[in-house]
Design a protein around this ligand. Structure first.
Ligand code: VG1
Ligand code: CO
Length: 545
């Protein structure tokens, strides 16, 4: 059928945030909204003619509709082959894996990650180029610039593609191949981890619970944990992807993964040995031991120390990278191993150059993100398998492994306090006032602690020299304590203020405190410094992780 060139006019709100363009479903359902953004991708990234595009999403409401539109636009824009996950499903790390293994030009992933879904929820779209990672700012800036001047988009009037049947179909001159979303990914996991050892662990009675939160990892976790590794049926809970996540909030933390937390904190033997959860698009993870919570920062540090126990990392870890607000536990683990630790701005897109250049093998963020150079996205199930491999190979429990970490590098008490849905102006004023005070904070005492550094984090990429500024206010104290403030770049309503608070504790006799109690005085300092309660009228944070 003939290519239809449709006139359009720009939308002024299509600037990608921390991870792609994220808006409410109602915004995405506006005529031409998705089309404009997709055409801007095709227009700004060279090399699409005759190329392969990977396409899929986390299964949330609007996923399938958007996929049909993108397929028609891909055909009209000269793409030769689209690899789309069955039923439109592909986890974020799964898509990254397929892009790399199949030598694709890039991938379009439809997800708003941990944000709620459904007709009244959120939707999102992100583009990953051929290395399989989130587009770096150079590309997202180009896409955004294109959305500001776009005048037309190209599409075909072809019938819907059947997304339920594996195999090839054609749309005009283009081939659409519906692929098993799990196959390539599961094969990669088998190459990285000792599946025999993990199988033996389960055979020996080790019990785990994996909460897929009705999001995309259900099929992945069932295939890998239950089918290939022999974990008992029922190990995976909430494993059916639903387009509204069962009205849940698919964010793997102690607040939102309630089903999992209840089980892992049950009394006595009723609690499984290990628990884990993943988010909407499968890139986040939470790891729990029996009645024991592992902070994401500690998880990255523990994986670093024990990495060589997994076959895929037996050669050792070249370096570690963490986002700025992540705790300094990975730095300490890296120092112990004599390897570098890189500090990047928030968002996985900043890890890509380090991974591509072989400078970092493992990376992570405090926001329940962990990953490695096996793909170019953070990877929830990968982290779970890594932990299982280390537990199997060491014979130690999750809790033992974290206590070992603390014994070797000290414990860093760490918490994040989120103030969600603040009026935008109020949040921006708070940050601006804080920034204005930074030069005068150095050398003062705040809450009894001496300020050693107060700045707004700026980053120069050590590989390509690109820069990013205004990445978060950080205040470092003489005793190693730190407070970080930044505004979220993934929300769709109002503004979210994130306050990250940490303090190292080197005395092993004091490694058993409650985190909020251990940080109480710093939490008060963080509030006083920025005037959070005064300005917002909030009695406390919306979510504590
Ligand atoms: C949040 C996290 C950040 C993460 C991003 C995408 O961003 O803080 O660490 O990379 O979400 O994760 P922000 O700007 O809201 O703080 V995902 O799993 O939502 O794609
Ligand atoms: Co995610």
């Amino acid at each position: 059928s003939a290519i239809r060139v449709e006139p359009t006019t720009p939308f002024d709100d299509q600037k990608p945030g921390t991870s792609g363009l994220r808006k409410t479903v109602s915004v995405f359902r506006q005529p031409r909204y998705l089309e404009n953004f997709v055409q801007a991708i095709f227009d700004s990234v060279p090399g699409r003619q005759g190329a392969t595009l990977v396409l899929g999403g986390d299964g949330r409401f609007h996923n399938k509709t958007a996929i049909q539109t993108i397929i028609r636009m891909a055909a009209a824009n000269g793409i030769a082959r689209v690899l789309v996950g069955r039923d439109g499903l592909l986890s974020t790390p799964g898509a990254s894996c397929v892009i790399r293994e199949r030598g694709a030009w890039g991938g379009i992933i439809l997800s708003a990650s941990h944000n709620p879904g459904g007709p009244d929820g959120d939707f999102g779209i992100k583009f990953n180029p051929s290395n399989g990672g989130p587009a770096p700012e150079r590309i997202t800036d180009a896409i955004y610039a294109r959305t500001r001047e776009i005048g037309e988009y190209c599409i075909l009037d072809t019938p819907e593609v059947d997304l339920s049947a594996l195999g090839e179909q054609t749309v005009d001159d283009m081939v659409v191949e519906v692929i098993d979303p799990v196959a390539d990914y599961a094969a990669l996991m088998e190459r990285l981890f000792d599946f025999d050892a993990i199988r033996a662990l389960f055979q020996g009675g080790f019990r785990m619970c994996f909460d897929a939160m009705h999001a995309v990892t259900g099929p992945y976790a069932r295939e890998i944990l239950e089918n290939r590794l022999g974990a008992p049926a029922g190990t995976v809970i909430n494993g059916e992807p639903l387009d509204d996540f069962n009205e849940g909030h698919p964010d793997p933390n102690l607040v939102h993964a309630r089903d999992l937390v209840e089980r892992l904190f049950a009394d006595g033997d009723a609690a499984p040995d290990m628990g884990a959860a993943s988010d909407g698009d499968g890139d986040r993870n939470m790891i729990l031991g029996r009645r024991f919570y592992v902070t994401p920062s500690d998880s990255l540090a523990a994986l670093t120390l024990n990495a060589t126990l997994a076959p895929g990392y037996a050669r050792g870890v070249a370096g570690v990278a963490r986002s700025m607000p992540t705790s300094r536990a990975p730095d300490r683990a890296a120092a112990l191993l004599g390897i570098p630790c890189f500090e990047t701005p928030t968002g996985w897109k900043f890890f890509g150059t380090l991974l591509d250049a072989g400078k970092a093998t493992l990376c992570g963020e405090e926001s329940f993100g962990t990953g490695s150079d096996h793909v170019r996205e953070k990877d929830g199930l990968w982290a779970v398998l890594f932990w299982l491999n280390i537990v199997a190979a060491s014979g130690k429990s999750v809790e033992d492994l974290v206590r070992d970490l603390w014994a070797r590098v000290g414990r860093i008490y760490y918490t994040r306090h989120d103030y969600e849905d603040l009026p935008k102006r109020q949040a921006e004023t708070l940050m601006n006032d804080l920034r204005a005070r930074l030069p005068s904070l150095f050398g003062t005492k705040q809450g009894g602690r001496l300020v050693m550094l107060a700045d707004d984090f700026a980053y120069t990429d050590p590989v390509d020299g690109s820069t990013a500024s205004g990445q978060g206010v950080r205040i470092l104290f003489e005793d190693g304590a730190r407070i970080v403030y930044r505004l979220s770049g993934t929300g769709t309503a109002g503004a979210t203020l994130r306050v990250y608070i940490e303090r190292p504790e080197d005395d092993p006799a004091r490694h058993d405190m409650d985190t909020q109690a251990a940080l109480a005085d710093l939490i008060a300092t963080a509030d006083a410094l920025a005037g959070i309660q005064d300005r917002t009228g909030r009695g406390g944070p919306t979510v504590i992780t």
